[in-house]
Design a binder for this molecule. Structure first.
Ligand code: ADP
Length: 291
């Protein structure tokens, strides 16, 4: 069976055909619409799936936000141009005429990455550092999604009570400091208005403020990993997202975690499936649920 997998992020939308051998056959990406309306997102999804019409038997979506009964509720609406609610499975089922499953993107990616870890690992956390910071928790070999879909939203745990206000309504969340959007929002002077990607490029050229913002992000993620280790003794932390996968970032997180007491040290790896982890995880979950 071929799955049309869709990844809905704060910066980009991706769609891919995934075959029964879990190979990504073909993929296209589009920017996430900046507009605040459901119509803008529906139009973007329509353009995203159009090239794949008639070529898949089911749709599997990995999306930022809380997914409850197929409806997307953005915990941080800033990540979706202010859009707080969206009927995700209903819209995609209508656009494609296919059955549709939707899960949180980091939960989906966690499942794909967990399935690729060595046998014997039962507890791991996947952290995506992207437009926001998302997480997926595997505990005792099971993916935690929570009764209300909130499980794993570790980007909204506290990093600094005096930190910046987060789009979720709290103050000092990990996401407000460490995410791509957070890095960009904290930039001042000549870095003001730049994307995280541009700030990373500046850091490569030795720009002191750019380097400091990226170090602050990596340190915040390292502390988050230590907190999660303390929370449930996970054996692995797997990093994904364009910030998490940026050259040098994983080494920084590893170095900061090494500064914490040894009991919190955890093996950190880059996502084996890189930017496709969410797409593959959603397809795997749809397959397991015999959608
Ligand atoms: P999404 O959040 O839509 O899943 P990404 O994982 O690509 O998308 O994350 C987008 C964030 O990553 C943006 O803040 C962007 O500026 C930043 N980014 C994109 N490419 C890079 C890169 N090569 N290095 C560092 N940051 C990047």
């Amino acid at each position: 069976m071929t799955t049309l997998a869709i990844d809905l992020g704060g910066t980009k939308l991706a769609a891919a055909l995934i075959d029964a051998q879990r190979r990504v056959l073909e993929q296209q990406t589009l920017p996430t619409p900046a507009g605040r309306t459901q119509a803008a997102l529906t139009d973007a999804l329509s353009a995203l799936v159009a090239p794949f019409a008639g070529r898949a038997q089911r749709v599997a979506v990995a999306s930022t936000g809380i997914i409850r009964h197929g409806v997307l509720t953005a915990l941080n609406p800033d990540n979706l141009g202010g859009l707080a609610q969206f009927p995700l499975t209903q819209t995609l089922a209508r656009l494609t005429g296919l059955p549709c499953l939707a899960v949180n993107d980091a939960q989906a990616a966690a499942w794909a990455e967990y399935c690729a870890l060595p046998a014997g690992v039962s507890d791991m956390v996947f952290i995506t550092v992207s437009t926001g910071v998302g997480g997926g928790i595997i505990c005792n070999g099971k993916l935690l999604s929570g009764k209300e879909g909130l499980a794993g939203h570790i980007g909204h745990t506290l990093a600094d009570p005096h930190g910046p206000r987060c789009g979720c309504g709290r103050t000092g969340c990990v996401e407000a400091i460490a995410s791509g959007r957070g890095i960009a929002a904290l930039a001042t002077d000549d870095l003001q208005g730049m994307t995280a990607k541009a700030i990373f490029a500046q850091a490569q050229n030795g720009h002191p403020q750019a380097m400091s913002l990226i170090r602050q992000s990596a340190k915040t993620i390292a502390r988050l990993i230590a907190d999660i280790r303390a929370g449930y003794d996970c054996q692995y932390a797997v990093l994904g997202g364009s910030v998490g996968l940026a050259p040098g970032y994983l080494d920084l997180v590893t170095a900061y975690l090494a500064q914490e007491p040894a009991v919190y040290h955890t093996t950190i790896t880059a996502a084996r499936y890189q930017h496709d982890a969410g797409l593959l995880g959603a397809a795997l979950l749809a397959e397991e649920q015999a959608l």
